[in-house]
Design a protein around this ligand. Structure first.
Ligand code: THU
Length: 130
């Protein structure tokens, strides 16, 4: 699985987005350390704040299937069928990524390969509450 393939899976997952309020389709594909891929899309709600992002859907999908070690996530988001503009993960999703992933974790966007630490150099984590 290379990063281009992973990004294409994210684009495909965006087709499943339940985004009737924003119209913004997001798909995420998460690569486990043993090479499996778990996907997610954003799922919106009439009570707007109950919406969940594609990235967290993918992570919770993987964790609920017994996987907690990840190497990369691809994210694709768009109002149209053009996914060429990068969709940077929101702060809540970065925080959830930081629970499971180290700073080397790769975030694959439309503009290339990033690291979790590019977007979140310092995190609140389990060390913070010891
Ligand atoms: N959204 C995601 O799924 N991931 C992101 O990284 C940013 C935002 C969703 C939430 C909402 O359904 C829509 O995009 C517009 O904010």
């Amino acid at each position: 699985m290379n990063y281009d393939e992973l990004f294409n899976i994210a684009v495909k997952s965006a087709e499943k987005a339940y985004c009737k309020y924003s119209g913004f389709h997001v798909g995420a594909s998460l690569l486990t350390s043993d090479g499996q891929v778990f996907t997610g899309c954003n799922v919106e709600n009439a009570s707007y704040s109950m919406t969940i992002c594609a990235e967290r859907t993918a992570i919770f999908n993987a964790v609920s299937n017994g996987f907690t070690e990840f190497t990369a996530i691809a994210v694709a988001g768009s109002l149209t069928d053009d996914f060429s503009k990068p969709c940077i993960p929101c702060g809540a999703c970065l925080q959830v990524m930081s629970e499971f992933c180290n700073s080397d974790f790769r975030i694959i966007l439309a503009d290339g390969v990033h690291k979790l630490s590019d977007f979140m150099p310092k995190t609140f984590n389990e060390e913070s509450i010891r």
